[in-house]
Write a protein that binds this ligand. Sequence first.
Ligand SMILES: [Zn+2]
Length: 380
Amino acid sequence: MNFVTCEPPALDTLEVSLFGTGIGEGLAIHLGNSEWALIDTCRADAKGIPLNLAYLESIGIDVTKSVKIVVATHWHDDHVDGLSYIVDRCQNAELVFPSAITCDEFHCIVQLYANQNYILDREKSGVKEMAKALQILMNRRETKPNIYRAPKRAQADHFLFRNSYSQLHAISPSSEAIQLATEEMAAMWKTIENQSSSTNKQSISRDSIAAPKRNLNAVALWLRWRDDKRVLLGSDLEEHGQPLLGWQAALSCKQFPDGKASIFKIPHHGSPNGDYNEVWNQIIRPDDPVAILTAYARGIAPRPSIEDIARIRKKTNQFYYTTLPSNTKEKYSSAVEKTISGIVKRRQSLRKYPGQIQIRWEDNKSIQIRYSGSAGKIFL
Ligand SMILES: [Zn+2]
């Protein structure tokens, strides 16, 4: 894709770049001092390079050295497509997973994937990609022990990274979310065991391993940049109406969030189940925060819908998307529809159509926003 063309950010400039393909998302975050985080991954085609990694290379970043942390916020395939490629290239980075997937059952599932005799490929689950990433790390432990770094488990209130500019914290999953996700995975493992004991092991159903149905375990992130800048990266974290889960639990973390964020990666592609009013009230600045989102165009209810866009637009005049599902286009005002019509035409010849939103924020200056590909701003 055509990325925003630019020089790398100055050492003291915060950058948040969001990439979306219509069915996937990834972020590249400049943490200061030419140190970067890659949060989730997506690719424009099955054999492509993950967009956040390709962007860093397009602006001359040495990803082997400069990427310090790679976070897979949860194991849905729209967030981990190309993860193993990133883990392979970014040898100086620590890989972060949600806590619950470190349970014994997950490791057994990974072993199943390693055995070519089993038929376990299920395209909608990110398990295979997660397993590939873990195997690369395990191989590195054997072959390059001097550069090997163990995968880190993230959960609410965990510190993930710190340098002289920024601190990155996980504000989910909560303890209860980890408990429930672990139970869900144990049930999944039991299904596999039952199938493999009652039939020939090689006939395990393709549907045996599905990604967890709810995004209980997603890692939402809070970035504190010195004293004055805050960013909320909402992953696909949902609100469940229960104090121990989802956004309610995230808001009750002990140390962070601290203050109010000026940049907000909207959770769960704008879906109402990720949009919790108290998040806006308590930890997002009220004066036109920059809201950014990616689409999820697969399935019967592509996101964001026109209602999602209108709801979020009420919160801010600074609302940007990487891509929009084509089914939302009819209800836009003519100005927006004109912008989108070009995207839809091109989408007919492409499986995915990617876009980038680039946000840069220098000290004592206002936030600068540029975008490329199918990305744009909502003017409704
Ligand atoms: Zn998603």
